[in-house]
Design a protein around this ligand. Structure first.
Ligand SMILES: Nc1nc2c(ncn2[C@@H]2O[C@H](COP(=O)(O)OP(=O)(O)O)[C@@H](O)[C@H]2O)c(=O)[nH]1
Ligand SMILES: [Mg+2]
Length: 280
């Protein structure tokens, strides 16, 4: 698909008002957790490492002029927002420990009492995000933080509104899934490509970077719950003419804990897809 090129707009970066100091970007990672006690310390460690060790070149804007190549920062400004939904395995205690270890400016625990679903977990997390970019990802180590610097680079390269990790392009791939799950995921993407022509190759993935205001707008527009939610985000993004860049990622099935994808989710995915087809 010519998704990336087709959706790329000539729009240039927004300019800062005259005389204001250069703004440093900040990335808020939303990490929803439900029974991720074993995974959480590792994912947080990998995130901190990825953010701290990236030497980044960032364009600076002085008095409305964009000065590329002049402004270097070491490390990336970030925060990790953990949205735990009362996990019975004690994930919250682990998160509290991590908050102590890394500091409450880096790890923000924003728990909820009970399991209220992934979609509302993002909405809840967004309310506490102070970055101008938001990264959403799973906490089960399926999404490796090493790709985040690539997401950031891609976003800057095309000044994209959204950068989506894709398992279905370039070096992207899926490891550890059985045939059934591969067929479900491929099938869902394939049917949706035909029905909705969304302009991105991985619709059901949930490893993405958004401009904060774009994510805010999309979340307001999205009506679906469950797995179809990620797909609706991309479909609505296209409707609203947001630009989407893609970064190939390898997705590794979780080692610890259980997936929450069941038969019910598949049925509701198909229902959601048809609703989107009928209403967009
Ligand atoms: N806060 C919160 N997190 C959830 C909920 N359901 C799943 N998650 C988290 O969302 C991510 C994706 O869920 P997962 O079960 O791995 O889905 P799968 O990768 O599609 O099998 C993981 O980090 C889960 O811990 C929920 O109801 N609330
Ligand atoms: Mg998972």
């Amino acid at each position: 698909m010519a998704s990336e090129e087709a959706s790329r707009s000539p729009r240039r970066s927004r300019r800062e008002p005259e005389g204001r100091a250069p703004r440093q970007d900040k990335y808020s990672v939303l990490l929803p957790t439900y029974n991720e006690r074993e995974n959480l310390p590792l994912i947080v460690w990998l995130l901190v490492k990825s953010f701290s060790e990236s030497i980044f070149q960032q364009h600076a804007e002085f008095g409305g002029e964009v000065l590329n190549d002049l402004y270097f920062i070491c490390g990336i400004n970030y925060e990790i927002i953990i949205i735990d939904d009362g996990s019975p395995d004690g994930t919250r205690d682990v998160a509290e420990q991590l908050e102590k270890i890394y500091g409450s400016d880096k790890i923000l625990l924003r728990p909820r009492e009970k399991k209220l679903g992934l979609g509302t977990a993002y909405i809840h997390g967004m309310k506490h995000a102070t970055g101008n970019y938001v990264i959403i990802m799973d906490a089960d180590l399926s999404h490796h933080p090493k790709f985040i610097p690539e997401f950031i680079r891609k976003q800057k390269e095309g000044n994209f509104d959204i950068v989506s990790g894709t398992r279905y392009k370039g070096n992207g791939g899926v490891y550890g899934w059985d045939l059934k799950r591969k067929i479900i995921s491929r099938g869902a993407n394939f049917i949706t490509q035909i029905l909705l022509r969304p302009g991105a190759s991985d619709l059901t993935g949930s490893f993405r970077l958004y401009r904060k205001e774009v994510l805010q707008k999309l979340i307001e527009k999205c009506v679906s719950k469950g797995y179809v939610f990620q797909m609706e985000m991309i479909v609505r993004a296209r409707q609203l003419n947001y630009t989407i860049g893609e970064v190939p990622i390898s997705f590794v099935d979780r080692v610890y804990g259980e997936s929450k994808l069941g038969g019910n989710e598949i049925v509701s995915f198909l229902k959601g897809l048809l609703t989107l087809f009928a209403t967009t």
